[in-house]
Ligand binder design. Sequence first.
Ligand SMILES: Cc1ncc(C[n+]2csc(CCOP(=O)(O)OP(=O)(O)O)c2C)c(N)n1
Ligand SMILES: [Mg+2]
Length: 797
Amino acid sequence: MPTDPGHLQMLEALEKKVLWLSSWMIHNANHLRPKGEVKVGGHQASSASLATLMTALYFDVLRPADRVAVKPHASPVFHAIQYLLGNQSREKMENFRGFGGAQSYPSRTKDGDDVDFSTGSVGLGVAITSFAAMVQDYVRLKGWSKDRAEGRMIALVGDAELDEGNIYEALMEGWKHDLRNTWWVIDYNRQSLDAVAHENLYGQFDKLFRSMGWEVITIKYGHLLEAAFQEPGGEAIRDWIDSCPNQLYSALTFQGGAAWRKRLLDDLGDQGAVTSLIESRSDDELARLMTNLGGHDLTAVLDAFHSVDHDRPVCFIAYTVKGYGLPLAGHKDNHAGLLTPDQMDGFRKSLGIRPGHEWEPFEAMQPAQKEIEAFLKRVPFNAEGRRRFEAARVEVPSTLPVPAGETMSTQEGFGKILNEIARADSALAQRIVTTSPDVTVSTNLGPWVNRRGIFAREPQADTFRDQQVPSAQKWMMSPEGQHLELGIAEMNLFLLLGALGLSHSLFGERLLPIGTLYDPFIMRGLDALNYACYQDARFILVATPSGITLAPEGGAHQSVSTPLIGLAQDGLASFEPAFVDELSTILAWSFDYLQRDGEGAPSGPWLRDEKGGSVYLRLSTRPLEQPKRAIGEDLAADIIQGAYWLRKPGPNCQVVIAYQGVVAEEAIAAAGLIAEDRRDVGVLAVTSADRLSAGWHAAERARQEGDTQARSHIEDLLAPLDRDAGLVTVLDGHPTTLSWLGGVRGHRVQALGVEHFGQTGTVRELYVHHRIDRDSIVAAANAASAGRPIRYLRAVT
Ligand SMILES: Cc1ncc(C[n+]2csc(CCOP(=O)(O)OP(=O)(O)O)c2C)c(N)n1
Ligand SMILES: [Mg+2]
């Protein structure tokens, strides 16, 4: 196919068109819309760098099952290609970077033209492709792929993007999991945002990828250069190019033919054959020859892509020129460079495009429109239309068992609930897939894994078991396994959860992923967590243990700010239950919430529950005495909405203690002690500060817009309280998580929580130290409410 001249001619024409349309999009956004409205960042030069490679991929190499992560700044090229394929509207193209227009960086959720993986924070889009390849294998080996073809997970990678460490963490993990069907195409333009890259980085890339079991294919020279190397003197040109520093190559590229000639003659003149090789070319021809790098040569690119005849991972190092084909090519400052209106006009004229016809897809194109249209209709990538799948819903029970036990921690309860699910062969049990970055056992996933096994492409022996060494962990490794064991890197956990959580859309099969990690280490993977949420991936994150409650572990393991992350992270409903029956209620709801995809405006004044999302559970290892109760529908609804009265305030209530999570015991004990001196004390059990506050904000917004009836859950709960009542809020985490409760109805607040790094000690010592213990709550209640000093306090002091 690549050798067919007609085909090549068609691709060349499309490549030009793609470069034009993407440039016009950028120019339009910057110059044609009202001045200063939309500023275009580093798109132009980066896009030009990838135009050839992407033309080859999308119009020739890709198949519908392939999934691609496009380097953020090549978004205009992506949109231009989709426009030509009929998947993107002119309106959105014209409104690039504008409100509702084509997005600056390819976005699964905001763009309508079938973005497979969002990109933006460099490095993440690259790495998620390898995790998506693992998920594809997982789905296939479970026998769920039906007759769907296997795709390649492809990343178009900036060379400077490879500085991001998460890429190497993913490489290592991929190696462990016997990665297949993954291609990373490095746009080796030797330029980043600020600078020209270090010399000979390709050598490091080459060694690194090979050591991880990847094939490395370098696409260095185009066909013009290859032909010139065969001429007399050609070898000298090759040697000169191979030893030319990146900075010089870029500078000469920018300066053009005359500069190339002078430099080449200075360096290689008087060498007979090579002199005539140079002199036989005009300035333009010489410039074209010297910038004919592999990544801009369709033949070289197609040959490289089509040469792959295996499913091992492949890294293509494609030599390119940043800004290729445009006047800013090669300039070291070109990252945010734009074509001037004059330059743009020159570009338009050079293509024969008439003024006013800039957006027309077939304007000034050769071959004829009919032929191009016929070709576009046949493009394999587009053959099946929209490539996004929808998956059937997995039936999940509306309630889950509550493990028996007088005292239990939420972490232990979590392990037991999952163990119960694992025992049944329900649809829920089959579709759950768990993963953990080397903390499977210490987050209580052990029993689940013992029953459900570890996923591996090939069955593997359990040597300890075969040798009859007793162990609590019976980890069978096979394609039937349902736990993906990861190395410690938390970035990988979130990228894998992102890929697992998109399985329904990428591969047409719904998975219910659960990832566990220690709560403080959320921060290590936070950007990848945000990335997964931005893509609307669906998963449950179980973070345990948390807070200073893991006291003897010390300050390095104690999480303080994670409740605020839970509060602020979009796409993640966060809960911190105190009791195991609450946890069971929340988990049951979560399996359903994960699968929702309702559209449109929220039906009520508050949470956007019909849209669904992911869930974050902040759990603890501290055993608490469990309440003896059955959770009815009303209580369950309150738990899900974020709070319920554990002890209802009486009619003359002076003070309320609102707690979240593991400090329940302190709050309850404190309420008992102050009851003598304060009337009708209430205890508010907060299960989700996140959902409470989201509901409150939504209700406020609705009222601002005229819906006078709008009322959120927390407003309802606090409604019976007198204005003079005081609130004490307390949690094992940052006090701001709950202190806003005072703003809901204007109650005075004393907010207790942790604000400074902890240290080792007993739970009691640390609670006292950070003032979240029973007596501190009593003291805060005293300060929050009018009345005589609380007697108990006097007895203590
Ligand atoms: C995590 C992160 N840090 C910084 C940036 C800002 N940024 C965008 S592109 C870029 C450099 C791009 O260089 P390269 O990957 O070589 O792509 P090229 O510009 O050459 O196309 C930087 C620093 C970002 N998008 N994400
Ligand atoms: Mg670069």
